[in-house]
Design a protein around this ligand. Structure first.
Ligand SMILES: [Zn+2]
Length: 218
């Protein structure tokens, strides 16, 4: 039986890494809207051409275009056993549309693992990056700290934070994620599909919990 997984988790929760591992080890293709847009642009499909002006002007692409791309993607034979949706759906309207799309083939979303990481830890993971202005090496407060705080190991230059890596930018990004996805979490929780995974464990343990959650939903 096919299995359709909606993988959820905030920025810095390790969702992309886990989706790739799941794809590799369980043979479930990862479907992300980012990839779909890139592919449709590259191949200059009709949907790609329709989406282009919205993307170019920084506007939200209408759901019917995005859903159209997902629908086309689901017609490819590699999704016969199911798929992992990564970064999609983002809203309840999209979640309803995805249900309708899958129902056309007698399928449905089977399980929604939510990789939960505390906001403060997400912030530490995302905002801890420091860059060397001389050699370009990137350090991280938690994962790859320089030997002497604030100074490059190689050339002794003073490290700086890129705008994207500062606390304020990342805190905002995390807040936006939680604001936007809280209703979606409730939606899937209400359907009994949400399974919270402790995302503060090792990558291997998170993967093991995910694999188990998916196997049990089969
Ligand atoms: Zn350096």
């Amino acid at each position: 039986m096919a299995i359709y997984v909606v993988l959820m988790g905030g920025p810095g929760a390790g969702k992309g890494t886990q989706a790739k591992k799941l794809q590799k080890q369980m043979g479930l293709p990862q479907i992300s809207t980012g990839d779909l847009f890139r592919e449709n642009f590259k191949n200059e499909t009709k949907l790609g051409r329709q989406a282009r002006p919205y993307v170019d002007s920084g506007e939200l692409v209408p759901d019917e275009i995005t859903l159209g791309m997902v629908g086309e993607r689901l017609k490819r034979p590699d999704t016969e056993g199911g798929a992992i949706f990564d970064g999609f759906p983002r809203t309840i309207a999209q979640a309803d549309a995805l249900e309708a799309l899958l129902a056309e083939n007698g399928e449905r979303v089977n399980v929604v693992p939510y990789i939960h990481v505390d906001k403060d830890l997400l912030l530490k993971r995302l905002a801890g990056r420091w860059t060397c202005p001389v050699c370009g090496r990137v350090y991280h407060d938690l994962f790859n700290p320089p030997q002497k705080p604030g100074v490059c190991d190689v050339d002794g230059a003073k490290l700086y934070q890129r705008e994207d890596d500062t606390m304020d930018t990342q805190r905002r990004r995390i807040e936006v994620y939680f604001e936007q996805t809280a209703p979606l979490l409730d939606y899937y929780r209400g359907k009994g599909l949400l399974i919270q995974i402790d995302g503060e464990q090792s990558i291997e343990q998170v993967f093991e919990d995910l694999r188990k959650a998916i196997e049990e939903a089969r």
